[in-house]
Design a protein around this ligand. Structure first.
Ligand code: PEP
Ligand code: MN
Length: 336
């Protein structure tokens, strides 16, 4: 971190700042130029609040040389992280597909979809029991009963399950869930992230609707700083001025995140597009960009779905897509 001092900075106040920084354990690298005087901080600056420095009378500006995230940073951990979930690996060349309905509706629905997606090659079952809906009058999910139905589908098929948590209060209900999803709307629910940092369970962290990649990585850092390093990142489309798709899939997030972090990165083409016909091209684009997996919404009767029917594939469409996905994964892996 570099602190740029004001030209007319009071020398006593600058001395006081240097002493304070030394007391905090930093080495100081001083540079008195004709244009500006700088203090370079040597040491781990991740705990330093830039706002504290900016508020000081003598400080003109503060620049970070290193990103404030450490545990998620690839420079601290050059190898790709591989997360093992019930024997299924994700990351580091292990590509996985998570599929299932937006929300769990009935036992028949979730079990039927689970059987179909398993048959067509998905290795994880998704389904929401706690649904973050824009309208308080929309279907909110079956809550505890939904989790129970999801676990029945897990027992019936052997597929590990991924489902969203919305509140720390519900954490005890998630004991048998294999991957806990933090949805886009909760990406910066820091109390929730801190609680998930204390458990030993993989977390699928979705990018917020209007969050930068660095903010996503800082949210991953919240979980990892607590001791839980099993974090999977998910790009699911962001808000832009474009209205013809539900969101805009930020495909460049994949190579950029892969450069910044060692964590697995997956794409959710369903919530990005909001329209069924775009799920296939976006899935294939994600593979080409280097994603470690996909999360795809599949419903046995999309027309009757209680949530996100327009973007849900039928099991037959999913079958066709999975054939293209496996050929694409093989092709792109053969190039590297
Ligand atoms: C979901 O995956 O069910 C979901 C609600 O997605 P997002 O948080 O990305 O909107
Ligand atoms: Mn959905």
């Amino acid at each position: 971190m570099i602190i740029i001092l004001k030209r007319n900075a009071n020398p006593q106040k600058v001395e006081a700042l240097k002493e304070d920084l030394t007391r905090r354990g930093f080495g100081l690298h001083l540079s008195d130029g004709t244009e500006a005087s700088l203090i370079g901080l040597i040491g781990d600056t991740s705990s330093i609040q830039e706002d504290w420095l900016r508020a000081l009378d003598v400080v003109e500006d503060v620049r970070r040389i290193r990103e404030p995230y450490k545990k998620a940073n690839r420079s601290m951990h050059p190898e790709n992280t591989v997360i093992d979930i019930c024997g299924q690996k994700i990351g580091g060349g292990n590509f996985q597909v998570i599929a299932g309905p937006c929300s769990i509706e009935t036992e028949e629905q979730i079990t039927e979809v689970a059987r179909d997606v398993k048959r067509f090659g998905a290795r994880f079952l998704r389904g929401g029991a706690f649904k973050p809906r824009t309208s308080p009058y929309a279907f909110q999910g079956l809550h505890e009963q939904g989790l129970d139905l999801l676990l029945r589908a897990k027992r019936a098929t052997g597929l590990p399950v991924v489902t969203e948590i919305m509140s720390t209060e519900h954490l005890p209900l998630f004991d048998e869930v294999d991957v806990i999803q933090v949805g886009a709307r909760n990406m910066q629910n820091f109390e929730l992230l801190k609680e998930l940092g204390k458990i030993d369970k993989p977390v699928l962290l979705k990018r917020g609707l209007a969050n930068t990649l660095d903010e996503l990585l800082m949210s991953a850092e919240y979980i990892m700083a607590g001791g839980n390093e099993k974090v999977i990142l998910c790009e699911r489309g962001i808000r832009t001025f474009e209205t013809s798709t539900r969101n805009t899939l930020d495909i460049s997030a994949v190579p950029m995140l892969k450069q910044k972090t060692h964590l697995p990165v997956i794409i959710d083409p369903s919530h990005a597009a909001g329209i069924r016909f775009m799920v296939e091209p976006l899935s294939l684009a994600a593979i080409a960009a280097g994603a470690d997996g996909l999360m795809i919404e599949v419903h046995n009767n999309p027309e009757k779905a209680l949530c996100d029917g327009a973007q849900s594939l039928t099991p037959q469409m999913f079958d066709t897509l999975m054939r293209k996905i496996s050929r694409s994964v093989e092709f792109f892996q053969s190039l590297s």
